[in-house]
Design a binder for this molecule. Structure first.
Ligand SMILES: [Mn+2]
Length: 437
């Protein structure tokens, strides 16, 4: 599986001569203390090696396709404090490099090999090699890896399926527990219990467990408030399986039953999601999906009397971005906001709502994306809009002014783009009758 990833990279750099060198991640500490964060390998390094251990390096020779893994030379002191130091045979068996080197052998190896060019991930890593007197390139490699990583292999799709399957169990647990009076962190604890007790020790991102007005804060992570009867509850939480992420959001009524207005708005958000999923597939542009979802939201909100006026005009004047200020979705993989979403030659857009779209390209089979429309009532956006003569005519100010603590909705599924459409990885229920009594 990882040999396939290395092969893809060699193919992507087929015009080039020399070697790829990447330094994997080192442990990270909390400020200047000896408290060490849980180790998570850097994603490009993980992609090429499946090595979850700190302080390793990799060399891939573009000329003869040899794969070298460079292990840190550890001393007895390390074994005493940090744990088991594998023997050379164990490392060969575990990672199957063509050659295993130790860190103290690296410079001599590079001198012997004397590559025409060394391809590095970034300027900082390149400096370590150029200081040794070799010619480096820190431009091509990151793009080549993004090119490889954005089309998933079947093995990668299976990791993503497993991540989604466990996230399903954890999301279900939270939905079943939800009731007024609980603290947001109790739900987070229950979620993590389900994931961690299945061996998933890493979160792919800091989960959002937000009741009431916190649900309208896009990256709310305080998770410390008490849930109130009648409020919305938004959970945006994933799992990481062999490094691959699930990223799932649901919005529920805290007390198990939406009010009529809450239910109507839920349906607006859900319709935008369902329509986007129905339209997604090879050849479709993410920007088109985004604007069509925005149109669904504006149309739905007009239908329930929160907006008024001509839909085309509201689209033109970016009224949608007052309620849906983030991107419709992003690539998903080893990183939650995975690489490859925005091609290098892509012109930046400054349009509200679209400028945060993290995937702006034509979809192809093997790409994995999230679709996550949202409808939020954010005082920081709405209050100035009430006073803005360009926007005010489209807003039902009287009604919207009463909704400053209403919160918001986001519903998010994970999709694999297939030859003829999509495979939806997310099974967490989302129909109104499944989540509200
Ligand atoms: Mn997401």
């Amino acid at each position: 599986m990882h040999s396939e990833h290395r092969k893809k990279l060699i193919e992507a750099l087929t015009e080039e001569t020399g070697i790829v060198w990447i330094k994997g991640a080192s442990p990270m500490n909390r400020y200047n203390t000896d408290y060490e964060f849980a180790f998570r390998q850097e994603s490009n390094f993980l992609y090429l090696t499946n090595c979850h251990e700190p302080d390793f390096e990799v060399i891939i020779d573009l000329d003869d396709q040899q794969y070298y893994l460079i292990a840190p030379k550890r001393d007895a002191n390390y074994a005493v404090w940090m744990g088991f130091v594998p023997e050379k045979e164990e490392l060969l068996e575990r990672y199957k490099p063509d050659t295993l080197l130790y860190s103290d052998e690296r410079d001599a190896f590079l001198k012997r090999r004397n590559p025409e060019k060394v391809f590095c991930l970034d300027a900082e890593q390149a400096k370590e090699i150029s200081d040794l007197g070799f010619s480096t390139d820190d431009n091509l490699l990151a793009d080549a890896l993004a090119h490889c990583r954005c089309i998933k292999t079947e093995w990668e799709c299976n990791q993503l399926r497993s991540a989604s399957a466990i996230a399903f169990v954890a999301h279900t647990k939270v939905r079943q527990m939800l009731k007024p009076g609980l603290f947001e962190y109790e739900l987070k604890a229950a979620y993590l219990q389900e994931a961690m007790s299945r061996g998933l020790l890493h979160e792919p991102y800091n989960g959002i467990f937000a009741g009431g007005k916190g649900s309208a804060v896009l990256h709310y992570v305080d998770n410390n408030r008490k849930l109130k009867d009648g409020d919305l509850f938004l959970i945006d939480a994933g799992t990481e399986y062999n490094g691959y992420a699930a990223d799932i959001t649901r919005t529920y009524p805290v007390n198990g039953r939406f009010t009529d207005l809450q239910a109507d708005l839920y349906e607006v958000c859900l319709r935008a999601l369902n329509n986007s999923i129905a339209k997604a597939g090879p050849g479709v542009e993410m920007e088109t999906l985004h604007l069509e979802a925005a149109r669904d939201i504006v149309t739905g909100m007009k239908g329930i009397g929160l907006l008024k006026g001509n839909i085309d005009e509201m689209m033109e004047k970016n009224i949608f971005a007052l309620f849906f200020p983030h991107g419709l979705g992003h690539f998903l993989g080893l990183d939650t906001h995975d690489v490859g979403g925005i091609p290098k030659n892509c012109e930046p857009v400054d349009r509200p709502g679209l400028k945060f779209l993290r995937a702006r390209r034509k979809l192809e089979p093997g790409m994995v994306i999230t679709i996550e429309p949202g409808v939020y009532f954010i005082p920081a956006l709405l209050k100035p809009a009430f006073e803005d003569p360009e926007k005010n005519p489209y807003l039902n100010v009287e009604k919207l002014s009463t909704m400053m603590d209403f919160g918001g909705y986001r519903i998010e599924d994970n999709l694999i783009i297939t030859e003829d459409g999509v495979e939806n990885l997310t099974r967490v229920p989302k129909r109104l009758r499944e989540i509200s009594n």
